[in-house]
Design a protein around this ligand. Structure first.
Ligand code: HEC
Ligand code: HEC
Length: 397
């Protein structure tokens, strides 16, 4: 991608992502004579553990947190447990609902102590493949680092397990015999009890297991000629065409260019300004959230956000980093117009003429039928076996 918006890598640690693939006790998968057991190669074991469809590549797993069924099980339990917040009122699942592809259906969520967050809760399908995490960050490149944010942050508070609250929260799990067993099974070689890293590693493992690859679109990709309606097939060709341009930023089987390509030595950190705001005529976004600029303070980075995956997109409304677009049809109309004109209100401005907008977002002619077709195609990304998969649901339900 020749766009200047592919931001140069900073603070990147190759070791963090390029880990060896090892499952259920690395190096342990050989038979008594050192040959592979019937369970197969480490790659096959990992595929089985994740339930990976054949048309998905293996995600990179950091070598310091090999994936195991036991960590996924502990992470799943923790993900749904409100005891993981300092005041016991909120769990990860209160902002990430399975039925909404692990988004939450709200514009922006509220943390456990009442702080309204600036950004829309993200969907979590296939996060194992992300090249970076959150809507706009070039330094959160592993799930392990990202998950510490909602867990530990004191500004804004999400779960609020801050230094002062940690001992009390950990004691809840240490005193619960069922949890003691789950921690023991997940970390059999470590006697230290409950620690931040164990919680984070288990949650990251559960998030990695959230694989979505069984939508009508996937069945189409893998050769089922009847998987998409005629209208959806038209939408797909428009999506992948040079007029609509969607595929340049939401391409590939994961429907985002911001994925970690294990064949590259550096992650693909990809961010774009898609013309949502232009409050000062110079391309600024509302000052409470200017995207990547918040971290880099580089004025050229105002409005840069990661192109999210469009998997399960029909169930993750509202859209964009601030939830400011309500429907998929309005999203497609936004692109047809080449950006968003806000005529009044505090953020008034014409995003269509923003100097910081990507050159791939520019007005083009489209009929109502074509817009409907692209929307119908986006609806073909809904993977019901993912949004109803009992392996991802609250284990206590
Ligand atoms: C109060 C609501 C809230 C809670 C609680 C919450 N999240 Fe989130 N989550 C968000 C929001 C909002 C974002 C986007 C943050 C950003 O862009 O700065 C997000 C982003 C993420 C991402 C990044 C996804 C991506 O594609 O980059 C992951 C992973 C995630 N959350 C997992 C978790 C886990 C695990 C927990 C529990 C420890 C949790 N979240 C708790 C609201 C929440
Ligand atoms: C230049 C790159 C680029 C192009 C081209 C592009 N997008 Fe996007 N898309 C983005 C970025 C970046 C975001 C997030 C912007 C934000 O939140 O501020 C986004 C967000 C979205 C969202 C909302 C996702 C969510 O989870 O809220 C949808 C839906 C979407 N785009 C669909 C499309 C469609 C359909 C097309 C083609 C008509 C398209 N995009 C073209 C970069 C692009």
């Amino acid at each position: 991608m020749a766009e200047s918006t592919e931001v140069a890598t900073r603070r990147w640690s190759a070791a963090a992502l390029m880990g060896l693939l090892c499952v259920a006790g690395c190096g342990d998968s050989g038979g008594p004579d050192g040959t592979d057991t019937e369970a197969g190669s480490p790659e096959e074991d990992l595929r089985a553990l994740l339930g990976l469809p054949d048309h998905f590549e293996l995600p990179a797993i950091p070598d310091y947190n090999p994936l195991t069924a036991e960590k996924i099980a502990l992470g799943r339990r923790l993900f749904y447990d409100r005891q993981l917040s300092a005041n016991g009122t909120q769990s990860c699942a209160d902002c990430h609902f399975q039925e909404f592809g692990f988004a939450d259906g709200m514009k922006t969520p509220t943390g456990s102590t009442g702080t309204v967050l600036a950004r829309n809760s993200m969907a979590l399908a296939n996060v194992a493949y992300n090249s970076s995490y959150t809507w706009a960050s070039d330094n959160l490149v592993t799930l392990e680092d990202q998950i510490k944010v909602p867990l530990l942050s004191d500004n804004p508070v999400e779960l609020g397990v801050t230094d002062g609250a940690r001992d009390e929260v950990f004691a809840r799990f240490e005193q619960d015999p069922e949890y003691a067993q789950l921690f023991q099974d997940a970390f059999p070689d470590d006697a230290a009890g409950v620690t931040t890293n164990k919680i984070v590693f288990a949650l990251a493992s559960f998030c990695r297991s959230l694989i979505s690859g069984d939508s009508p679109y996937d069945r189409h990709v893998t050769g089922d000629k009847d998987a998409l309606t005629e209208q959806q097939r038209l939408g797909l060709s428009l999506f992948n065409g040079e007029r609509f341009e969607c595929f340049h930023c939401h391409g590939g089987v994961l429907l985002t260019n911001a994925y970690h390509d294990a064949n590259r030595t550096e992650p693909q950190l990809v961010f774009f300004n898609n013309g949502l705001y232009n409050v000062d005529g110079e391309g600024s976004y509302p000052t409470h959230d200017q995207g990547l600029y918040e971290l880099t303070l580089n004025p050229a980075h105002r409005g840069l956000f990661r192109p999210p995956s469009l998997r399960n997109i029909a169930v993750t409304a509202p859209y964009m980093h601030d939830g400011s677009i309500a429907t998929l049809r309005e999203v497609v109309e936004h692109y047809v117009a080449g950006g968003r004109l806000l005529e009044d209100g505090p953020f008034a401005g014409d995003g269509r003429v923003s100097p910081l907008k990507s050159g791939l977002v520019r007005p083009f002619a489209a009929t109502d039928e074509e817009i409907d077709a692209v929307v119908a195609f986006l609806e073909a990304m809904t993977d019901e076996s993912f949004t109803t998969n009992s392996a991802h649901a609250d284990p206590l339900d």
